[in-house]
Every structure is written in structure tokens, then in C-alpha cells.
Design a protein around this ligand. Structure first.
Ligand code: SAM
Length: 460
């Protein structure tokens, strides 16, 4: 017999940042905690107010322990397009669900949250007074209430066209806040060891969430750099491991990336970064290794691969190689056994990455990576494909007027077999992305020097 579970309605208050990344984050987290994204709304794309149906308050709490895209979650008691509609909806909310939070020996407070409009104190008080019909029996306590209720008013998204009355009004019991404070506490600005391409803290947490990273997982970053992505995964309790082709980066040597410092200090490395956040126990190791020549025995080792490969803008796309590998006749090359680096085409790099993920991820494990694209030429067909990996989400972050990077999330859905190794070469997706091998030239031709400068200083 199928089990039937009742779903309650919750209101998510989303942050108005990285809009495209929000839905995949919430969906990934809900599937991690045994929930499912169920919403009758169609406007959740840009709005900060999302109504969700969830099977339990525990799932709502778990979701908020992880999300950086949502600010808060409320048990939704009422919703309307006018105050009258809201009051009617509240009168229809089952009394037995309200009573545990309104009894006489409890304390409470009512807050007002408006989006795209500021209310005067007088207007706020009026709205609270209008809720007198609710059976509040407890005492008001503004400093440390047991229960917090909120009226949330939605005045739309257009700051140049703010309506007199809200489009939507919600009333709910506050349950929990999300993890927005991680963006500040893990900010790259305050981090011990950084590089020119250290990943922004907020995006690192979003990537770990898209990757459904959980406690005791093993997470790998083959282009680890300063380990920004490892930090986010370790924060969620995963053991982390990385490789990078650059000896200096892995060993924390060479020139510093901070303006007022010339050389990196003695303990500037990934391990020290994890230590800075109390996460050292999650450090497995980092090695100097070329992602184009993985040195792993056959096997499934990783629960997630979360990475930011080079695009050739502020770091080169190189792989190890010997001049012997350059066919004679094409270039005059003396015999040499000294490894040199060869250029690593973007398309090869991404197909190698997918192949590696298909081989080494556990079934159900996720690959999350950034794919740079030249927007005038971009089509969805360009996104690299692999028979063992299913595309879960594809979200854009603009880099300049003509370029963007897309956060691609894929899930391993099929065991890797030898014949899967080169199947991408037959795929329709292989050729279109090959055009992006000259992404660097396109990047610099599409933007003025001024824009490049602005972007660099924004990321510093
Ligand atoms: C965009 S950065 C990664 C930044 C990293 N997420 C961080 O937070 O610092 C890309 C890294 O890939 C490395 N890399 C380039 N080619 C590589 C290759 N063939 N194998 C492994 N690493 C490579 C570069 O040295 C660089 O550190």
C-alpha cells in the first residue's frame, strides 16, 4: 500500500542574488534531505517569495542549514492578493495548527518584511493591529520571543514602478534562517591563502550544494588552485582532496596575490586555509598532477567532483607533455626528455573531465563545474555530454558583455564501461564546443580594456 503523507505549505524568502542558481540549489538540497521540490507557483524564477509544499518541518530546517540562496523559511499560515484575502486565508488555517504557538504562557513577536517598498512605523503598527482576530494569548516579547511571526509584503520587482498596494501578502511562523552569513565569514578577503582565481565564497557554497555534498563524502577538485571549493565542501563535513598542475600553488610558494605582499608566507597553503576555519580534519591531501593524465587506478572513489577549470584568461590552460608529442614535420623540435607544457584545448579539457567523472564518481555522485562560453555563439547543444552523466542544471553567470560562464551540474546515472570512453567523440555536442578553443581571443576581442580592468578589480 502506498504511504500517503500530508504536505504543509512553507514560504521561502530568497536572496536576490545569483537568481539562476537558486532553483537548482533548493531542488538539490531537497532531494538530499528526502524532500521534493513541489510548488504550484510559476513566478518563483525572479521573485524573492516562493511557496513550497514540504512533508515536514524537519526537512525545512535541514534545508536552511545548507542553503546560501534562501534567507529564511516560514510555515505559511495565510496568503492573499489583498489584506481581505489574507485575513480570509488566515481564518481558514486550521486552529489546531496555530494553537501550540499562541497559548497563554508563550511569548511572541510580529515582524514586517516588505520587498521593494519601505513602510512607515505607523503603517507597520496598523498592519499588526489588523491581525487582532488571530487567537494570540501569549505575551509580546520584542527581545527574546519564543515564536516569531512575519507579515511579508511583495511590491514586485520593478523599483521604478512601485504599486500603492502589494501584489501579494503572506503571514507565517518563522522557522529558520539560511546560511547567508557564510558568505561573509568565509570571504576570500579574510582568507589566509588566496590566488588570482580563488573562488568567491558564496559561489563555492552554491557549488557544494548543487553537488549534494554531505557528511563523510569524499570530494575531489582536479583543478584545485588555492582550494576555495574544498573549503566549502569541508564545511559541510566532506573529506577533501585536490590536484593542480602548478607546483607553486600546491606548495604555497611564489608570488603573493595580495597587493601589499610580494611573496607568499611560510604557511600559505590549502591545509592552513582549512585550519583557519577549524576544518583541518577534513583535509586528505593535495598533489601536483596534470588533470589530462589522471594517475588513478580504475575505481569509483568520489561522491562529488567540484571544480573550476582554467579558461585561459588569468591562468593558462596547459597540460604536461614532451616535445616528442608534437608530430615531426609540423614543428622543428630537438629530441628532449624534459617535460614541457603544451596548450590544452578547452574542449579536450572538458571532455577529459566528463570522462574522468564518469569513471571515478560513485553512482548518483555529482560533477559540478564551470564552462566558459562566448555568448553570441552559445547554444545549449554545446554543453559537453557523456553517456554515464545526466545533466541536472545549467546556470549562467555573466562575465562581460560577450562572455559568461555556466555552472554545469551532472549526475552519474550509469556504470562506466570501456566503450563509454570515447563515445563523446561521436556526440553532436563535441563539435560545437570545439569552437570555444579560442575563448581567450574571443574574451579579449569582445570587451574593451576598461571593462577588463573593472572585472579584475571587482574580483580582487
Ligand atoms: C580557475 S583556477 C582554480 C581556482 C580554485 N577554484 C581556487 O579557489 O583557487 C584553475 C586551476 O587549474 C590549474 N590547472 C591548469 N591546467 C591544469 C591541468 N592540466 N591539470 C591540473 N590543473 C591545471 C591552474 O594551475 C589553476 O590553479
Amino acid at each position: 500500500m502506498a504511504l500517503r503523507c500530508t504536505l504543509d505549505r512553507y514560504l521561502l524568502l530568497m536572496a536576490q542574488e545569483h537568481l539562476e542558481f537558486r532553483l537548482p540549489e533548493i531542488k538539490s538540497l531537497l532531494s538530499l534531505f528526502g524532500g521534493q521540490f513541489i510548488s504550484s507557483q510559476e513566478t518563483y524564477g525572479k521573485s524573492p517569495f516562493w511557496i513550497l509544499s514540504l512533508p515536514s518541518e524537519d526537512i525545512a530546517r535541514n534545508l536552511m542549514k545548507r542553503t546560501v540562496c534562501a534567507k529564511s523559511i516560514f510555515e505559511l499560515w495565510g496568503h492573499g492578493r489583498s489584506p481581505e484575502e489574507l485575513y480570509n486565508s488566515l481564518k481558514n488555517y486550521p486552529l489546531e495548527k496555530m494553537v501550540p504557538f499562541l497559548h497563554s504562557d508563550s511569548t511572541y513577536k510580529i515582524k514586517i518584511h516588505t520587498f521593494n517598498k519601505t513602510l512607515t512605523q505607523e503603517e507597520k503598527v496598523k498592519r499588526i493591529d489588523a491581525l487582532e482576530f488571530l487567537p494570540f494569548e501569549g505575551k509580546v516579547n520584542l527581545k527574546k520571543p519564543q515564536h516569531i511571526f512575519s507579515i511579508l509584503e511583495d511590491y514586485g520587482l520593478d523599483p521604478n514602478c512601485i504599486p500603492e498596494n502589494p501584489y501579494n501578502i503572506y503571514f507565517g511562523r518563522w522557522i529558520a534562517d539560511g546560511q547567508r552569513e557564510l558568505i561573509e565569514s568565509y570571504s576570500v578577503k579574510k582568507r589566509h591563502f588566496i590566488g588570482n582565481t580563488s573562488m568567491d565564497a558564496g559561489l563555492s557554497f552554491i557549488m557544494a550544494n548543487h553537488g549534494k555534498v554531505k557528511e563523510n563524502d569524499i570530494v575531489f577538485d582536479p583543478f584545485v588552485g588555492t582550494g576555495g571549493l574544498l573549503i566549502a565542501s569541508a564545511h559541510f563535513g566532506a573529506y577533501v582532496y585536490g590536484t593542480d598542475i602548478d607546483y607553486n600553488t600546491v606548495h604555497g610558494l611564489g608570488k603573493a596575490s595580495r597587493k601589499n605582499q610580494k611573496w607568499r608566507g611560510p604557511d600559505e597553503n590549502i591545509r592552513a586555509n582549512l585550519r583557519q576555519y577549524g576544518l583541518e580534519k577534513y583535509y586528505l591531501d593535495v598533489l601536483v598532477s596534470d588533470a589530462s593524465k589522471p594517475s588513478w587506478r580504475k575505481g569509483t572513489y568520489f561522491d562529488a567532483i567540484i571544480t573550476d577549470p582554467p579558461y585561459g584568461i588569468r591562468e593558462s590552460t596547459r597540460r604536461t607533455g614532451s616535445q616528442k608529442e608534437i608530430p615531426r614535420g609540423i614543428e622543428k623540435c630537438p629530441e628532449s626528455h624534459v617535460p614541457v607544457s603544451l596548450s590544452y584545448h578547452l574542449s579536450d579539457m572538458f571532455f577529459d573531465l566528463l570522462n574522468f567523472a564518469a569513471e571515478t564518481l560513485v553512482l548518483g555522485g555529482r560533477l559540478v563545474y564551470w564552462l566558459p562560453v562566448y555568448t553570441p555563439e552559445y547554444t545549449e547543444e554545446m554543453v559537453p555530454w557523456h553517456p554515464c552523466l545526466k545533466l541536472i542544471s545549467n546556470c549562467e553567470q555573466k562575465l562581460s558583455s560577450h562572455t559568461s560562464r555556466r555552472l554545469i551540474t551532472m549526475e552519474k546515472v550509469k556504470k562506466f564501461e570501456n566503450r563509454d570512453q570515447y563515445s563523446h567523440l561521436l556526440s553532436d555536442h563535441f563539435l560545437p564546443y570545439q569552437g570555444h578553443n579560442s575563448f581567450r581571443e574571443k574574451y579579449f576581442s569582445g570587451v574593451t580594456k576598461r571593462i577588463i580592468k573593472e572585472e579584475k578589480s571587482n574580483q580582487e
